[in-house]
Each structure stands twice: as structure tokens, then as C-alpha cells.
Design a binder for this molecule. Sequence first.
Ligand SMILES: Cc1ncc(COP(=O)(O)O)c(C=O)c1O
Length: 389
Amino acid sequence: MERDRLEVTLAELRRRRGSKWTAFAPDVLPAWVADMDFPIAEPIKEAVLGVLERNDAGYPGEASLKELGSAFAMRMSNRFGWEPDPRRIQPVGDLIQAMIASVATLCPAGGGVVIQTPIYPPFLQIVEMLGRHLVDNPLVAGADRYEMDLDGLREAIDDRTRLILFCNPHNPTGRVFERHELEGLAALVLEHDLIVVSDEVHSDLAHAGGTHIPFASLGPEIASRTVTLTAATKAFNIAGLKCALIHFGSKDLKDRQTSVFHPRLLGVPNVFGIEATLAAWRDGEEWLAAVIEQLSANRSRIAGFLGEHLPHVGFHPPEASYLAWLDCGPLGLPSRPHEFFLSEARVALSDGREFSARSDPFVRLNFATAPSVLEEILERMGAAVERAT
Ligand SMILES: Cc1ncc(COP(=O)(O)O)c(C=O)c1O
């Protein structure tokens, strides 16, 4: 598929009713929430329209929920060489609900939950809301990319620590962790008898050169301690259709969670979400390849623009997905970076502070948009900095 089939104009984007394009004033360019601007893949549109044409928007059938489970198992096997157990899959409405349920049931009140910060903010909110103890294990900025600090983690783990809330590929740094890094983490999991809840929703968006490795695929001992959360929603840009999957690595994990959270409490995916996910996984490859190509081009454009106009901004190009985690500290801006760019550049970015207590100087820029829109975003940001400094 040609990349120009992903083009979309500002006028079209401004007509959308979703949160990304309606949360700010009409002169603001939104580059915050993790939705992409590209047109939805044709096979997904057809699948969703098919539901309407069949007047088929009732409760989903058992057979389609089963098909969702087998499509997931087949995709994991084909793409990542991981063989999930179809009996331990639970389709749900969304990942964050599933994450709340897993932390609530698999880590006792007051127990410690490891999080590798900076992190997608709901991770932190969930730990706080549930009264679990945050074991902060910050990623460390290396020369080219962020790295896990396993020595720091070894020191931070104590008797209360029960669970690792893992994010791979990692939001917001875009790291796709390599086998040796995952094995280092896995060794600590076994040594301290921990459970891992692994959010792998960005796994289909690895750029060329990055290979996602499901945490549960590391071996049977690790699999039996891992709850995997995933969905087609990030890679295929259908988060509003509400369809995700939990895979429990053992019967015990599944029983512990489902005995407290009745499956209905996590929402059954709706028929649109199920059909869209099946279509994405069955027929979405061409679209996905074009999207990744476009994202890689956008990522290079950001690196080029920053190098030329804002060389002091810290940027480690992400290995997956479409989020640029930018350290604006060295710019010495007159206000907090996300406030500055909103008021002075009319660009809405995500506020670094939400991703960790130490990330005040950072912003997260969502670059999953048309090259013309990205260009305007970057130019506005560059011009605002030039005026202010
Ligand atoms: C790592 C990660 N997990 C979960 C989600 C949200 O998933 P859901 O919409 O299914 O709750 C996002 C959304 O951006 C995300 O980046």
C-alpha cells in the first residue's frame, strides 16, 4: 500500500469528534493522546460496516469470542513465536480495566508494585488508587536509548514487592526490550517470586530492526507468572472500539483474578470491536506496513528537525510506536514545557510530569500524523522557542 493513502488533511481532522481533535481550541494542533490520525484500514471499515449491514449489533456470539481467542493465539505464534494457551484468554473491553483487576487481585493491599518510569500515566494512577506501594525503577537514559536499571531494581525489591507492571514496547520511551534485558528482568522475577503484568499493546508497531519478544515467551516458569495484556487497538488505531485480551499464564493466575472480578465486570468486547480486531489481524498487514513506514519517516523528520533547530532537546528515537519523549530541560523555557508549547506554539503535547515525578522538563509528542501536520507542529515549536530564548 502506498504511504500517500495515509494522507489526511487538517480540514478532515478538524471534523473528527474524538478526544484528540476536540479537547483543545481549534487553533491548537493536538499531538498528545495516543491516537493516530491516519485513515482506518479498509478491511476494518468493511468489517464494521458489515455488522451494520447485517443488523447484527446484538450481543456477540460465543463463536466470535472464541474466534477472537484463536486469532490472538495464531497471531502471537506467527509473529512472535509464542504459543499462548487458548483456554486462558479472556476478552475484555479495555486494557486499563484489565490492569486494575490484575493489580487488585494479584498484589495484596500494601504490596509493592514495580514500575519502570517514566510510564504511561494510568500505571502510576492504578498503583496509587489501589493503595499499593510504588517501587519506582526508573529507566536510565543511555547514549542512544533508555536502559533498564536491573541493579537498582535488585536493591529496590523488598519483602513487600509482589508484582511488576511491565510495559513492552515501552510508552513513552519507545523501547523494544531485547532478549538479554528481558532475561535479566526474568531472573529477578524468579529469584523474588514475583508476578508480571505485561502490557504489550504497542508490540505490532516495532520499527524496522526492533523485534518484540512477549515476556511470557521466555520459558514455562516465566509464562506461569505472567499476565499478558494486548489488543489491536493501538496498532490499528481503533481504541474507541473497545476490544482487548488478557492472557493468564497459569490456571492459578486466572482463578485468582476471575474469582474476584466476574468477567462481566471488565466488560465484554462489543461486536464492532471484535469484528474490527479480527479484520485487522487477518487482513491488516498491508496497511500496518505502510503505517510503520510512515512512522519511521516521521521519526527521522523529528530527529532531523531537532538536530537543525533545537539541538539541545534530548531525544532518543523510539524503537516502536509513535511517541517522542523530549527532554526540554536544556531549553531553559520560561514555563513548564507543555504549558509553554500550548500557549506559545498552540501545540498540545502530553505533560511529562504525569509520567513520573522527575519528568517535569519532558513532553511527549505524538507523531502519528500526516507529514504536513507534523511539519507544522515542528515549525510552530521551533518558532516559539526562538521567540522565547
Ligand atoms: C501502554 C498502554 N497501555 C494501555 C493503553 C490504553 O489501553 P485501553 O484503551 O485498552 O485501556 C495505552 C494507550 O495509549 C497504552 O499506551
